[in-house]
Design a protein. Structure first.
Length: 571
């Protein structure tokens, strides 16, 4: 009996050995076919193996690789995600490699939302891989999440000193957040490596114009417009001419600017675009205004002004009075024209009229009109050269838009939990507290720069720490009084309770570049009753506008701390 049992075991082992040997031989044949480039042969062998063992992660990995090489990207994604679902380890791959490949393949099939999800997971496992960093940055940039993209561009820059496309997008991103000097500095370095890139020259032309280097701007624009290496679309050509006209105009070369303005009008003869027509006419009016030719500015304004009033039977003077009532700029230019003519008349004749009350009133009105016209010009220039134009012309084209903050928030919560465990402050032990702040990247001697530089999860933890040190207990970090500030990673709001009074309060952290204005303060005050809070504390890296500061100073429900005023809380 014992011999029979032993015999059965031996037969079983022999069969198992033969099956395993045949399996290994077939897999080696498949691997050899794969190495030799016979992808179809390898695919057939691995598919047969998968039918016998659907949970074999090594086989799934090989199938993913083969489909990836054959550009069957969706099939490859299917195999890789199946491995992730099985969640078994292998000597052939790591989880990071799976997540990275899946994310990059989703980018290839133009599904950036799914790509971002997998790439962020990969980034959490290995935060130094340049392809992962670059693609996360590019996805956020393409979705106009500029402030969220910047930390990834900054992190990836040292690892990609020769990647001009990455650096160009980084510079473009800096431009979109109005960091013109840093953008210019970076793109000038890129231009040394890629001096034939016409899109780059276009961006540089814009930056030179906005930073007052008019001659360099003109040089770049003229090179792009006259280049055979790029065919500009009509909107790109139109904006290039706008920039060139403004470059000459701002440099007070009005004669050339006037000739270029004619070219802009020439474009309008073949392109019916009311917005272009309106801004081109306004450009001419303000150009003449800057030259002091108010009569010519009025003449042009007269030709385009439509006030929807029937002026049949009116003489010129009566028509002008009607226009003055309906058009502020017409009224201001008329005042300046009258003043100029009166002043010239006095200079020619020596008429003592300048001592008359009527002339004094005209002179005072002219000063006020000049001030208003100058502001109109500044506002027009800002709109005329708005950076949104550059984005529309040269920003990456996407097939779909989505809100990346949902994905980022999902994984940042996990990151923050880990960081909170790692850097938790122990109030009773100042040494540990100091260490935790240092771990978060806080320099007590320069909290302002620390707030600007830290990543968003650290920024949020820092805000919670400050709230604790101000005597509050954080009840929630999910409220969003300012959705834009939150989505850009520039601010967040905490719902808190005063540890002593037990009253509710809002702690609002902001790290904007521009002064905080009236609307922000009013929205914050309006949120108090909404959340049942008695007071709010605003902690900012930037001061308030005069109007906003007046409100804060007169309202005891809101307190302001500038970043350089919280140093005592960090010691």
């Amino acid at each position: 009996m014992e011999f029979i049992i032993i015999g059965v075991i031996l037969v079983g082992l022999t069969i198992f050995y033969l099956v395993q040997t045949m399996k290994e031989r077939r897999l080696k044949e498949a691997e050899k076919a794969y190495e030799d480039g016979n992808l179809d042969v390898a695919l057939a062998i691995f598919m047969d193996s998968l039918r016998k063992n659907p949970e074999d992660v090594d086989t799934l990995w090989h199938l993913g690789n083969i489909n990836e090489e054959k550009d069957n990207n969706l099939e490859a994604i299917g195999y890789y995600t199946r491995i992730l679902g099985i969640n078994k380890e292998s000597t052939l791959f790591s989880k990071f490699e799976l997540l990275k490949r899946t994310g990059l393949l989703y980018r290839k099939v133009d599904r950036d939302k799914e790509a971002l999800d997998y790439l962020i997971q990969a980034y959490q496992l290995l935060s130094t891989h340049k392809d992962v960093i670059a693609n996360i940055a590019d996805i956020l940039f393409s979705q106009k999440q500029f402030y969220r993209a910047l930390p990834y561009y900054e992190k990836g820059l040292p690892a990609m000193p020769e990647n001009t496309d990455f650096q160009k997008k980084y510079g473009f991103c800096l431009m979109m957040v109005d960091n013109l000097n840093d953008s210019l500095s970076l793109l000038e370095k890129v231009h040394i490596l890629a001096n034939q890139d016409m899109e780059l020259k276009y961006l540089l032309a814009y930056l030179y114009l906005k930073t007052g280097t008019y001659a360099r701007s003109r040089e770049m624009i003229e090179e792009v417009v006259n280049s055979e290496k790029i065919i500009l679309s009509l909107p790109q050509m139109y904006f290039a001419l706008k920039m060139l006209t403004m470059a000459y105009m701002l440099d007070k070369n009005y004669e050339v600017a006037k000739e270029l303005h004619k070219k802009l009008e020439g474009i309008l003869t073949s392109e019916e675009n009311p917005a272009w027509r309106e801004e081109t006419a306004m450009l001419y009016i303000l150009m003449r205004m800057k030259q002091g030719y108010y009569d010519l500015a009025l003449e042009k304004l007269n030709s385009v002004l439509d006030i929807n009033v029937d002026m049949t039977g009116m003489n010129v003077e009566e028509q002008n009075k009607v226009k003055e009532k309906h058009s502020l700029i017409f009224e201001l230019l008329t005042t300046m024209d009258k003043y100029k003519k009166e002043k010239e008349k006095i200079a020619e004749t020596g008429d003592p009229k300048r001592f008359d009350v009527s002339y004094s009133i005209l002179e005072a009105n002219a000063k006020d009109a000049k001030k208003q016209l100058d502001q109109i010009y500044v506002d027009f220039e800002t709109r005329f050269l708005a950076v949104d134009n550059i984005w529309q012309l040269w920003g990456p084209k996407v097939s779909m838009t989505f809100d990346p903050t949902v994905i980022l928030d999902k994984y940042s919560e996990e990151t923050m939990k880990e960081m909170k465990d790692k850097f938790k402050t122990i109030q009773a032990k100042p040494l540990n507290a100091a260490r935790s702040l240092k771990a978060l990247g806080i320099d007590p001697k320069d909290p302002c720069q620390s707030m600007k530089d830290m990543d968003f999860p650290s920024y949020l933890l820092f805000g919670k720490e400050i709230a604790e040190r101000l005597g509050y207990r954080v009840l929630s970090d999910t409220i969003k009084i300012d959705q834009v500030a939150y989505s850009e990673g520039q601010g967040f709001d905490l719902y808190c309770e005063d540890r002593i009074k037990k009253s509710k309060a809002l702690i609002c952290m902001r790290r904007w570049r521009e002064p905080i204005g009236f609307i922000t303060i009013m929205n914050l005050l309006g949120a108090l009753p909404q959340y049942g809070a008695e007071n709010a504390v605003l902690i900012s890296t930037i001061p308030l506008t005069d109007e906003a500061r007046n409100i804060v100073e007169k309202n005891d429900k809101i307190a302001l701390y500038l970043c350089d005023e919280i140093g005592h809380l960090l010691s």
